[in-house]
Ligand binder design. Structure first.
Ligand code: MD3
Ligand code: FE
Length: 213
């Protein structure tokens, strides 16, 4: 189904077909274990984020909150965004006629263990042009269900909650582009059985966010 959660925010429930979910797990496992793969990012103050991350296309540096070709902590260049992944994101993008089509040059892959979370934040490290035009982000969720929070301020008590399940795609653009958002927790043992059986995916959740700088 297609749910319009607020202006500029569209949730495509179960958009990613099982065979594509399986492909995503395999691609992320391959990329994630090679050079440029998953690591625990840190804030400028040294505190580690509660998730594992890898950047494709361009690297997002969590300490300076900026994009660049390589990761400062090990000098490795961000791996390219696989065409198969880009195609899936663009297929989701194309189903929502109110949004412009993006040509993603960044894909940030987050991996949350069952204790993973992400505090309420805004994403405003992309180019001024991209933000001013409200170019959409496309976010694909795989594995365990997340409780996702969003709101117009950083106040958690005023935030709206929505579950993001394996195969769901969230598209954010226009008026929702600068919303505060985060993941309050990941729900244990909610990965579909077939996905676990096909891939051996361990407990936790993958999220891929496609962006245009
Ligand atoms: C709402 N990731 O990578 S994806 C992130 O589930 C991030 O891993 C979360 O927030 C995750 O920055 C949420 C959905 C998402 C992505 C970007 C947004 C929601 C957004 C930008 C603006 C508003
Ligand atoms: Fe974000």
């Amino acid at each position: 189904s297609v749910q319009h959660l607020r202006p500029g925010m569209v949730l495509l429930k179960g958009f990613v077909k099982p065979e594509d979910q399986i492909k995503i797990v395999r691609m992320c496992r391959q990329l994630g274990s090679g050079p440029g793969g998953f690591y625990r990012p840190s804030h400028k103050n040294g505190a580690k984020l509660n998730l594992w991350m890898m950047s494709l296309g361009k690297n997002w540096d969590s300490t300076t909150r900026s994009y660049g070709p390589t990761r400062p902590f090990d000098g490795v260049q961000a791996p390219a965004i696989l065409e198969a992944l880009k195609t899936m994101a663009q297929a989701a993008n194309a189903t929502v006629s109110e949004f412009p089509q993006i040509n993603p040059d960044i894909c940030i892959v987050n991996y949350y263990t069952n204790s993973g979370k992400l505090g309420l934040h805004q994403d405003k490290d992309e180019s001024k042009g991209s933000i001013d035009q409200g170019l959409p982000f496309i976010s694909i969720s795989i594995g365990d269900t997340a409780e996702f929070l969003f709101g117009v301020t950083r106040d958690r008590d005023k935030a709206t909650k929505v579950n993001l399940e394996s195969g769901d795609v969230l598209i954010l653009g226009g008026e929702s582009r600068l919303l505060f958002h985060g993941v309050s927790h990941v729900k244990t043992n909610t990965t579909p059985t077939w996905l676990k059986e096909e891939t051996g995916l361990r407990p936790g959740r993958l999220n891929l966010t496609f962006r245009q700088y």
